[in-house]
Design a protein around this ligand. Sequence first.
Ligand code: GLP
Length: 259
Amino acid sequence: MDVIVLEDADEVGAVVADLVVELLAEKPAATLGLATGSSPLPTYQRLIHLHRQGKVSFVQATAVMLDEYLGLPEGHPQSYRTFIIEEFIGSIDLQVERLHSPDPTATDLEREGQRYEEVIVGAGGVDLQLLGIGRDGHIGFNEPTSSLASRTRVKTLTRQTVEDNARFFDSVDDVPTHVLTQGLGTILDSRHAVLIATGASKASALAAAVEGPVSAMCPASILQMHPKATVVADMAAGAGLRLLDYYADTQRGKAALER
Ligand code: GLP
C-alpha cells in the first residue's frame, strides 16, 4: 500500500482529485468507482471545480457505486444514488445513464447482487475505486466479519454504523438496517483502490487497516492484498499510525503518487 498523510481534508481532496484527472486524461472512457459518505466530498467538490474550469471531462466515463440502502422510499434524499447525483454527478458531464448502482427495489436481491457484478464486468471493471472507511473498519458496507472474498450482496449494518449514519437522517430509527454492497472480493478486483480517511474518529480504524493484520474484523485491511492501493489521509486520521513520519514525508508522498 502507498500511504500518504497530508495536512487536512482539503489537501486530501485535491490530491485524490488529481488522481482521477490523470486517469481520465489517459483513459477518457474509464470506469470510476464512487463512494458516498462525507470523506470523498472534498474530492468531488474539487473535481466539479476542475470540470468547470475545463480541466477534466467525464463525458465518456462510466461510474459504478459501491453500495445502496434497502427500504428507503424512491427518491429519498439519503438514498446513495440520489446523494451522488446531488453531490457530484449532477454537476459534471457524466451521463446519468452511465451511473450504475445496486437496485434496492429488486424483488430478488440475491439475483440483483449477481446482476450488479455483471454490470461492473460489462463496464470493463473499475479503473479507480474511491473508498471511505467506517469507524469499525468497513469499506462499502462490508461490516466486520465480511468474507474477504465476498461479492455484491445484502448486509446487515452494525448498531455503530447505523448510529454513525443517523446524522444524515431525522432520527436513528429512520436509518435503514440493511444494504446492498459490493463485496470485498469485488473491491479487490478494481485496478486501483484509493482509500480516503479524514478526521480523528477514523484514526484507530485506519491504523488497524494499514498496520494491523489482514482480518475480517477490519474489512479495510484486505486492501493490504490489493495490487495497487493508495491510502490518502489527513493528520487527524493518521494520528494512530506508527510510521506517521514516513507517510507524511512530502518527497516520498510525491514519488508514490507519480508511480
Ligand atoms: C458509509 C458508507 C461508506 C463510507 C462510510 C464512512 O457507511 N457506506 O462507503 O466510507 O459511511 O462515511 P464518512 O465518510 O461519512 O465518515
